[in-house]
Design a protein around this ligand. Sequence first.
Ligand code: FMN
Length: 207
Amino acid sequence: MILVIDGSYRKDGFTEKVTVMLRGEMEALGVEVEVIRLRDTPIEFCLNCRKCTQQRGDKPGECVHNDGMKDLIQKIEKADGYILASPTNFGSVTALFKRFLERLVVYAYWPWGTAAPKLRKAESKKKKAILVSSSAAPAFMARISYTSLRQLKNTSKTIGAEPIGIISTGMIAGNGEPKLPQRTVRKIRAMSETLVNHINNDKLVKT
Ligand SMILES: Cc1cc2nc3c(=O)[nH]c(=O)nc-3n(C[C@H](O)[C@H](O)[C@H](O)COP(=O)(O)O)c2cc1C
């Protein structure tokens, strides 16, 4: 199963359109896809209590909150690959995506008395991820000036995945009803195939 995590606010916006097309392409290639829209998922803010970081092991720690993250963490654990998507707002991922990212601290082992956290999945075999970003600014400028891709990479690393592709689209805010440029459509097709091939190869290695 490929898990799509979408941190956009806008129904039928650019990010949603990209993820809908990715889903269609990957399902056509025979893979099960599940889409999580963070805006529809009840997620509390991290309390920085670090209870979840005290527990040992490579499994995510237990959070004190009892909300939509419980289910989402289980889906993250179960997934074979990921699509991580967020528009750029004020130079970074949306607050919606950042709130989700902070809750991924359950993937860190950080007992009191140690200066820095260790990622629980640092040593495990990496699953694969595709990162999806968009901005009003041209994509090359966004790459240089914004932290959106860095945050998406951070997310990927934290859950134990290696990014194998980026779909970054700029100059999309000129129209209230954004359309997917041809270049983005081509990238979506190519990336879908790459991710599905990786997952199928990993399954062959396991059997
Ligand atoms: C609150 C807000 C802040 C934004 N900040 C930026 C920005 O810093 N740089 C930029 O290039 N685009 C910025 N944009 C444009 C969005 O990145 C663009 O509209 C978005 O990628 C659309 O995604 P969506 O259609 O999925 O909502 C901003 C838009 C909003 C509403």
